[in-house]
Design a binder for this molecule. Structure first.
Ligand code: ATP
Ligand code: MG
Length: 356
């Protein structure tokens, strides 16, 4: 698989909990669609989970396994896509160091997603030195695979921009590529790293259940998980608040409830009808919309629940660990090759190692 000629794709998730509907519409759905036509690498960012949860190594380990179960349940096929465990790819940690020298302190600390996370995750005055480092680490996660595309949700855009900046800088500084080179020509102009492109999902930012102010997030307690049972899905959807008082009050068909309608009701004619009746206050209550939504979400999740059940049997975790090991072995072939190319450009190619 390392020698595949298909264009490469890299993306991943941090094992800070299970996967939720935001992951599905923001990135995972696209991964399932792309895995046959692209050389896909899906990364478990378990090193990054330590930036906020160093006190919970057991949880990080189990969440790593649970996320792979979610991936397989969602339709990711480990025979087509390569599943990669960050902590077993040493090239990523090494590239992180080199890339940290290419970005300014201001580039990192001014990253809008980082600033937002410090606020919303309650980290403002107590975050570790390592927390901001994850943004540099993410540049290495991506560039270690020299991908063309990175399918992500909208919140990741500043990170991808930072990664693109790092790639340009590296190519200019160590490979003699001109800073006037168009992004799509860096590789052919002699750069080690192509400048990757973000592919933002069908729904760029799914809000969390509640008032919709925050995005749905594992860490914010506002998520509907892919593994939630049907009743839990309905219960969580009922937490959505719009401020609307009655079924006859004209409603806003772009509010949080309708973000969910757009994301999960698949028949466009039905979506249009619901929007029209809601806007006119034509006897359509929020409760009714939520019920229809629950049916649609559960229809999406039911096959995932069934596939997941296979891995919840005894021995399931061992099977997952085997899948992670096999994928990571394949991934290291690519990442080591990238590291060697980068070291050669940096004139530190003193020896080529073989990972045992
Ligand atoms: P955490 O709270 O630990 O940051 P998270 O829920 O934000 O977790 P990540 O692992 O950071 O999840 O994100 C994995 C991928 O899913 C990224 O591509 C991200 O953009 C996407 N994603 C996460 N939440 C959403 C959302 N609510 N809407 C769309 N995409 C999302
Ligand atoms: Mg996140």
């Amino acid at each position: 698989m390392a020698s595949s000629t298909k264009p490469r794709v890299l993306t991943g998730d941090t094992p800070t909990g299970r996967l939720h509907l935001g992951h599905w519409v923001g990135s995972v759905e696209r991964r399932v669609q792309m895995q046959g036509d692209y050389d896909c690498y899906f990364l478990l960012a378990n090193m990054h989970a330590f930036t906020t949860r160093a006190d919970k190594p057991g949880d990080i380990r189990q969440d790593t396994i649970e996320i792979v179960k979610d991936w397989l349940a969602a339709g990711i096929d480990p025979n087509q896509a390569t599943i990669v465990l960050q902590t077993e790819v040493p090239a990523i940690a090494e590239l992180t160091w080199y890339f940290a020298m290419l970005l300014s302190f201001k580039d990192v600390m001014g990253n809008p997603t980082l600033i937002h996370e410090l606020k919303t995750k309650g980290l403002e005055d107590k975050y570790s030195f390592g927390f901001p480092m994850y943004t540099v680490g993410q540049c290495a996660d991506i560039l270690a695979f020299r991908p063309t595309f990175v399918p992500v949700g909208e919140d990741q855009e500043p990170h991808i921009e930072m990664c693109r900046k790092t790639a340009r800088k590296f190519n200019q500084l160590f490979c003699g590529v001109s800073d006037r080179t168009p992004d799509d020509q860096y590789a052919t102009a002699g750069g080690v790293f192509p400048i990757p492109k973000a592919l933002i999902g069908r729904i760029a930012r799914l809000p969390g259940v509640g008032d919709g102010a925050q995005k749905m997030s594992k860490s914010l307690g506002n998520a509907i998980f892919l593994s939630d049972p049907p009743k839990e899905v309905q219960k969580k959807l009922n937490k959505i608040t719009t401020g609307r008082q009655s079924p006859t009050e004209p409603g806003d068909p772009t509010n949080i409830l309708f973000k969910f309608v757009e994301a999960f009701i698949t028949d466009p004619a039905r979506v249009a009808e619901l929007k029209d009746r809601y806007a006119r206050g034509d006897n359509l209550g929020d409760g009714h919309v939520k019920q229809e939504l629950a049916e649609a979400v559960n229809k999406l999740l039911e096959p995932m629940r069934q596939r997941r059940a296979e891995f919840e049997k005894p021995g399931g975790d061992d099977t997952i660990v085997d899948i992670i090991r096999a994928g990571t072995r394949r991934a290291n072939l690519v990442a080591e090759e990238t590291l060697y190319m980068a070291k050669a450009a940096m004139k530190i190619d003193f020896g080529r190692r073989v990972l045992g």
